[in-house]
Design a binder for this molecule. Structure first.
Ligand code: EPS
Length: 357
């Protein structure tokens, strides 16, 4: 049973859309739980005034009846309230009337670090807005909605996730300093997953290795430049005798340097993944750039943006890891109804010498 996710949506277009396929029938979803994650994503320290415009809420257009999944594609929508200010500039159809609002002038001065330059060249765009709108991290809102659905499925088998910024206090201090100097900062987030049974993922092929899938899911989030599982890069400097997690009677372990994954398969310990985010590329004191239309030197586009989005990334990363684990759980336990899925999980736990801690 393959869990699949497709999304669409531009940052200042009418809405963000996700279609989730492969859920079992009979999973109860709570609107409040999904909206709470959307709220958490918006609330992170250092966000732009855009977050006062948006009040993200999920709408469900298909696949759910009376709060329970039907086993059919689930269609999720998060509207962009800011679209009201971009109705002409981001009109899906040729706009009527005189240009008004935002997005009426072409963006020709690419921001180093954003999609503007590479996107404009790749697609032959005269206006880099045609690239940056989709590349924007606004898109992560609908991934968080889909991640909340994945978390609801995982909760039925006792799997719980938590994403947080690493050293939140220091991050907030750095954010304040950067704001005062009209600059931006990045940072690191960690996602920890409890209750994961051993045996999710596979060592059989590269594509099925769950560590690789989690890494791709995290690296696929805007502005992420580094990912590690467990002790990750630090393991490279250790001896084998110091790096691995010994098995003790009862198959217990005293350490979890592997981050819950050995050979791309979960080993029953907490899954731990970290992602490093670069400082955001929209700068109020812009970097040097070159005009796409004229080739003249200039300064990169300046527009409203965040000082930091690291705390938001923690929520987005949690959703991404939840999605990959839910996908792996669907592969292992299958089932067209939630009861079938739960029965397969129960039978498996009866077979193996492992119990959730
Ligand atoms: C983003 C730029 C900013 C962020 C946006 C991501 O948008 P705006 O230019 O409209 O202020 O606020 O993130 C969101 C809107 C969001 O909801 O996360 C970018 O260029 O990636």
């Amino acid at each position: 049973m393959a869990l699949r996710l497709s999304t669409a949506g531009e940052s200042h277009g009418p809405a963000l859309v996700a279609i989730v396929e492969g859920l079992p029938a009979g999973l109860t979803l709570g609107r409040d739980a999904i909206d709470a994650d959307l709220r958490r994503r918006q609330d992170g320290y250092g966000r732009s005034p855009r977050q006062r415009i948006e009040q993200d809420e999920v709408e469900v257009l298909a696949g759910l009846r009376h709060g329970r999944t039907l086993g059919t594609p689930l269609a999720l929508v998060v509207r962009n309230r800011d679209h009201a200010n971009w109705e002409w500039g981001m009109s899906p159809w040729p706009p009527e009337g005189e240009p008004s609002g935002k997005g009426t002038k072409p963006v020709t001065l690419p921001r180093p670090g954003h999609a503007d330059f590479a996107g404009a060249l790749k697609h032959g765009l005269a206006d880099a807005r045609d690239a940056l709108e989709r590349a924007s991290a606004r898109h992560t809102a609908v991934h968080v909605a889909a991640g909340a659905v994945a978390k609801a499925l995982l909760a039925t088998i006792g799997v719980a996730l938590e994403g947080a910024a690493v050293d939140e206090e220091a991050l907030r201090a750095r954010t304040d300093e950067a704001r005062a100097e009209r600059d931006t900062v990045g940072g690191t987030v960690e996602v920890r997953v409890r209750g994961v049974p051993p045996g999710l993922g596979s060592y059989a092929t590269k594509d099925e290795r769950l560590d690789a899938r989690i890494a791709a899911a995290l690296m696929g989030i805007q502005a992420v430049k580094g990912v590690e599982i467990g002790e990750g890069f630090a393991l490279a400097g250790l001896r084998g005798s110091e790096a691995h997690d010994e098995l003790l009677p009862g198959f217990a372990r005293e350490t979890n340097r592997a981050g819950g994954l050995e050979a791309g398969v979960t080993n029953g310990e907490d899954v731990v993944a970290r992602a490093a985010m670069k400082p955001l590329p929209t700068l109020m004191r812009p970097l040097r750039s070159v005009d796409l239309a004229t080739g003249d030197p200039g300064e990169a586009l300046v527009e409203r943006s965040d000082v930091a989005a690291v705390e938001a990334l923690a929520v987005v990363a949690e959703a991404a890891v939840a999605w990959e684990l839910a996908r792996a759980a669907r592969e292992k336990f299958g089932g067209d109804s939630l009861d079938d899925f739960l029965a397969a999980h129960r039978a498996y736990l009866e077979r193996i010498p492992w119990a959730p801690r």
